[in-house]
Ligand binder design. Structure first.
Ligand SMILES: [Zn+2]
Length: 410
């Protein structure tokens, strides 16, 4: 879906983003084709392309001739011209990546999230990792457009604050965005992990793909990132996509919200592992509810199911049915064309979910006779949160919106 430009001098920045967006999506358009696709005049396109060439953001990639007439010079993005840093703060894992403007991960670091009592200690670790990845990458700071942070919700997007995520002990209104900006000197944006994952999907995994999709993020908790009409849906404060209190088992355990059988108390990793322990499927030998220990227990449960343990298999099947019910609510509410699944748990539950969820979901979907719904795992693996965090910056800088543009316009 090409965006249309406006032939007025006052919106040069916007038009520049329109042209850049088209070059990025089309892989090898000429100036004439850019003018056709954007509705901008040949002169306007030519001026913008010259500025982008001077800034080193695009390059001439060769000539194509189509029958008679002058051969046309095609243009493409220069991957090494601009980069963004992506930081994913997960309760179990901290991941930092450097992403080039064309979506390649050029540097990466990951470590277990420290069990710090004081959030300041975790912030210090984040800063240390960011500095290490940047110096390892050897990229000149002038080419780094900014840094994105993906954090568990709820967040206060306007103030850049991580509010009080249930799985990050001791975190209470931590001004993470400003702390990282001050330490690194970079422009920083903060978003929810599920939203970042959806942006990664839109930008890197399937650019030009379905304009309406939900990203089911499977981590310490479950959430969805939403893209509707090719725009990321954030809601009023950046907290859209909280599916944790959708009821998936009316007979299920009671939840702090007052309902019974919410997805948060039935098939998030901790309640799933606890249920396995209650039933004697897993030994109840965990020392704590620490996310890394819960994750290890869940991995054991999955391996048991794979090795043919019927009780472990039943538990996972039950969880799959619950997730399908929650996805039915999401897809009926938003009428999406596509559901993408991923996040830290995906490498374990992916095979089960990919096989079992599509037929279950199709039984519950109102629009099943109108259009199909494609369901697949993300191609980006467990780094999707960090890649998405970096994409937040690219999305902000390169998507044509009247308010955007970190790219120099002169
Ligand atoms: Zn609830």
């Amino acid at each position: 879906m090409a965006r249309r430009g406006a032939n007025q001098p006052s919106v040069g920045g916007y038009n520049e983003a329109v042209v850049l967006d088209q070059i990025r999506r089309a892989h090898g358009h000429s100036r004439v084709e850019l003018a056709d696709a954007t509705g901008l005049s040949a002169q306007t396109v030519s001026n913008i392309v010259q500025r982008l060439l001077d800034a080193g953001i695009v390059e001439e990639a060769g000539r194509t001739s189509s029958g008679r007439g002058k051969p046309r010079t095609t243009l493409r993005l220069v991957g090494s011209s601009r980069y963004a840093v992506g930081v994913h703060l997960d309760p179990g894992l901290i991941t930092v990546v450097v992403l080039s403007i064309d979506g390649e991960v050029v540097a990466r670091h990951a470590r277990a999230t420290p069990r710090a009592q004081d959030p300041a200690d975790t912030v210090a670790v984040l800063i240390e990792d960011i500095q290490a990845v940047l110096s390892e990458s050897g990229i000149d700071r002038s080419r780094i457009v900014g840094l994105g942070i993906a954090a568990p919700g709820p967040i206060d997007a306007d103030r850049g604050i991580v509010v009080d995520p249930p799985n990050l002990l001791g975190w209470d209104r931590v001004p993470l965005r400003d702390a990282i900006a001050e330490a690194t000197g970079l422009a920083v944006v903060l978003d929810k992990d599920v939203t970042a994952a959806a942006v990664a999907e839109k930008w890197v995994a399937a650019p030009g793909g379905a304009p309406n999709f939900a990203f089911l993020y499977l981590g310490t908790g479950l959430g969805v990132g939403l893209v509707v009409g090719d725009e990321v849906v954030r809601g009023g404060s950046g907290n859209a996509g909280e599916i944790g209190h959708i009821v998936v088992d009316p007979e299920g355990p009671s939840c702090a919200c007052g309902l019974r059988g919410c997805i948060a108390v039935t098939c998030a990793p901790l309640p799933l592992v606890e249920e396995a322990e209650r039933r004697g499927v897993l030994e109840a030998d965990r020392e704590s509810d620490d996310p890394t220990r819960v994750d290890a227990a869940l991995t054991r449960l999955v391996h048991m199911a794979e090795d043919g343990d019927e009780r472990a298999r039943d538990l996972l099947q039950r969880c799959t049915v619950h997730v399908a019910r929650a996805l039915a609510v999401v897809s009926n509410l938003l009428d999406v064309d596509r559901i993408v699944m991923g996040g830290p748990l995906w490498d374990r539950v992916g095979p089960t979910f990919t096989e079992a969820i599509p037929p279950l979901l199709d039984e519950m979907r109102v629009a099943r006779g109108v259009h199909p719904l494609s369901i697949a795992g993300t191609a980006l693996g467990s780094d999707v949160g960090a890649i998405g965090a970096a994409c937040l910056i690219l999305d902000e800088a390169l998507t044509p919106r009247p308010t955007s543009l970190l790219v120099p316009s002169a």
